[in-house]
Design a protein around this ligand. Structure first.
Ligand SMILES: [Zn+2]
Ligand SMILES: [Zn+2]
Ligand SMILES: [Zn+2]
Length: 349
């Protein structure tokens, strides 16, 4: 039906990476808001916090003392979700009670000795140092024979459960391929087989010509609100060149990634004039020793905020039981993010 009003009528959109659907209900955006109004998070953040376990020179709970580092600092997580080198075992009762051992290595990377910075507040040169570290960690952890997958991610802000504002990310590397990269791998493999082409190379071409959902771009990367976005201001960063992992980025591409990360997070901060919370992370080829020509390196940003610095989206009700749903469309979100500057506007509240 060609005259269907896609901008005003309910419809569902398909995520070709996970092969799941999301419900879009743009007609609901004018309903009155009577829900939760959250208080803004505390504002004053120190450059150095003597109680922070990530600041230079401070003692951690293990008794280890952090070095007086100048740019980045990597350490094994003191409370890791995974432990290295466990013996392997399986159980299976009637295909109903099924379990396997899982092991791995969890690390923390401090982006800066400064307790009060975020990616948006860092110089591009310093973000480049972080990118080089990500590439080095991906290569080092991925080279271990037992490690099949390296997940780099950042939880930013108290709303996302980050207990410490010190700018940092985590790396969880695992002996199995986690659910979501597994789903994306299967989709990219099937797409390649069927069309003899790359899913995200083709998606990049489609978004470039549509322009509607682009938020930031430069010579080597595109930042878009994906057509199938679930979170109100969800974005994806896609490399323009087909490559499988962060360690394949050349020097110019690493600089360009730093530029995109800074400009995207600055737009986020400017949208609601707050230090914007999110979970972000990279999806890239597994480190299982096989060639993975189907994999196209990309990043996802999943921010929780909906309509202000304090009002967030919840995944409840129909979304837990049926499928994810959003009110305003991906195109509207992209327009909002494009309408604010990608350079810092004023000191954040
Ligand atoms: Zn700190
Ligand atoms: Zn590609
Ligand atoms: Zn992905």
């Amino acid at each position: 039906m060609n005259d269907f009003d896609w901008t005003g009528q309910p419809h569902r959109r398909f995520n070709p990476l996970t092969r799941e659907w999301i419900l879009v209900s743009p007609h609901r955006t004018r309903r009155p808001w009577q829900g939760q109004v959250e208080a803004a998070a505390a504002t004053e953040i120190l450059k150095y916090d003597p109680a922070c376990y990530m600041c230079p020179g401070n003692k951690r709970s293990t008794g280890d003392v952090n070095p007086s580092y100048q740019n980045i600092f990597v350490f094994d997580n003191d409370y890791p979700a995974l432990l290295p080198g466990r013996e392997s075992a399986k159980i299976n009762h009637h295909d109903l009670l099924v379990a396997e051992t899982e092991s791995g290595i969890c690390r923390v990377i401090c982006f800066s000795p400064r307790h009060d910075l975020t990616l948006s507040g860092m110089d591009e040169q310093d973000i480049r140092t972080v990118i080089d570290c990500w590439a080095g960690q991906f290569r080092e952890l991925g080279a271990r024979p037992e490690i099949q997958y390296v997940q780099i991610f950042e939880n930013r802000g108290a709303m996302m459960g980050a207990s410490n504002p010190h700018p940092h990310c985590q790396i969880w590397s695992t002996t199995s391929l986690p659910n979501i990269p597994k789903a994306e791998q299967d989709s990219q493999t099937a797409y390649r087989k069927e069309k003899n082409s790359c899913l995200l190379c083709d998606y990049y071409t489609v978004e470039s010509s549509a322009q509607l959902r682009i938020v930031v771009q430069n010579e080597h990367f595109l930042g878009v609100v994906p057509y199938w976005a679930v979170w109100p201001f969800e974005t994806m960063i896609v490399s323009k060149r087909h490559l499988g992992a962060i360690d394949e980025l050349d020097s110019n591409e690493r600089d360009a990634l730093g530029n995109i990360l800074k400009r995207l997070t600055t737009r986020y901060d400017n949208l609601f004039q707050t230090s914007f919370p999110y979970s972000m992370g990279f999806h890239q080829r597994p480190t299982d020793g096989h060639e993975h020509p189907e994999w196209h390196f990309h990043a996802h940003f999943f921010p929780p905020l909906l309509r202000s610095a304090t009002v967030r989206k919840f995944m409840v009700g129909f979304e837990l039981l049926g499928m994810p749903q959003r009110d305003f469309s991906a195109e509207t979100s992209a327009e909002s993010l494009r309408s604010v500057p990608d350079i810092p506007r004023k000191p954040l509240a």
